[in-house]
Design a protein around this ligand. Structure first.
Ligand code: ADP
Ligand code: MG
Length: 267
């Protein structure tokens, strides 16, 4: 048994997401080095760091895409370290943009409905057997969740268009809608603005902040400026280690953070 240090910003026991000494090695190289995170209910946490800091490795160890070499991941207290990715999604750990699939040949509405339906069935949120709900009620619940999501992402008036006809920014909205449709307790995003220009990047961050305001969010991002206005707290990773966790203001003023960024590769 090891005792673990909670992260230095929220030494909290009621973390939605917790990593304990999370470590991932690739051969001799330590990509992730004893990382402790505690993300509370409703918190918007950003994890930032220069390219190569270990952000995606951390993200993958949390989603289950990658097995950590040592350490643990807990979701609502439960040890999910060895749980398959789809199992984690069912537990309420939301899929990210990257692994959500938009079907180009289906309409916007059909895409959202499929996502809403998949969770309604697999989670048993709308019980199939021994249910008070008739198939019609279930259909209506999925339909109304679909409508809600379409209006939340601002695509209600484009719901009958094929997904492949959407402009890049609208496609991102739809991808966000697919995450929302599964009603996750924790939403995790790895560089959701990758490949976007300045204006679209800002709009996407505003959209995330707006649409996901009520959710617990873990956003991985290399652009430090981008997350400063929207995050409740920021964790800085550097060379696989947590440099610091704190409020955006405290992190921005931190000398070590400045150095990591100036010393690291920054695009
Ligand atoms: P970030 O997302 O912060 O840019 P990554 O987590 O992708 O960083 O990578 C952290 C380090 O781990 C990098 O030096 C990278 O080259 C290395 N790395 C990542 N994945 C692998 C892998 N599958 N095999 C070997 N090295 C890897
Ligand atoms: Mg990355």
């Amino acid at each position: 048994m090891t005792t673990t240090q909670p992260d230095d910003f929220h030494p909290t026991t009621d973390a939605v997401l917790r990593t304990e000494e999370l470590t991932r090695e690739f051969g001799d190289f330590v990509a992730l080095d004893r990382v402790n995170l505690d993300v509370r209910d409703g918190e918007f946490r950003s994890v930032i760091g220069p390219n190569g800091a270990g952000k995606t490795t951390l993200f993958n160890c949390i989603t289950g895409a990658l097995a950590p070499t040592s350490g643990r991941v807990r979701f609502r207290g439960e040890d999910v370290t060895r749980m398959a990715p789809h199992e984690r999604v069912r537990q309420g750990m939301g899929r990210s943009f990257q692994i959500s699939t938009v079907f180009g040949g289906l309409t916007v509405r059909e895409n959202v409905r499929l996502a809403a339906q998949s969770v309604a069935e697999s989670e048993g949120k709308i019980p199939f057997h021994r249910s008070l709900f008739s198939p019609t009620d279930r259909f209506e619940e999925v339909e109304s969740r679909t409508d809600e999501v379409l209006s939340e992402i601002g695509l209600a008036d484009r719901s009958d268009e094929h997904a492949r006809a959407l402009a890049h920014g609208d496609r991102r909205r739809l991808e966000l809608g697919l995450v929302l449709a599964t009603d996750p307790d924790l939403v995790m995003l790895d560089e959701p603005t990758a490949g976007m220009g300045n204006e679209e990047t800002q709009r996407t961050i505003d959209l995330i902040n707006d649409v996901l305001a009520e959710r617990t969010l873990l956003l991985v991002e290399h652009d430090i400026d981008l997350v400063m206005n929207v995050s409740d707290s920021v964790t800085v990773l550097n060379r696989g280690q947590v440099l610091t966790t704190g409020s955006p203001e405290a992190v921005a003023a931190d000398d070590e953070v400045q150095q990591a960024y100036l010393g690291g590769v920054r695009e």
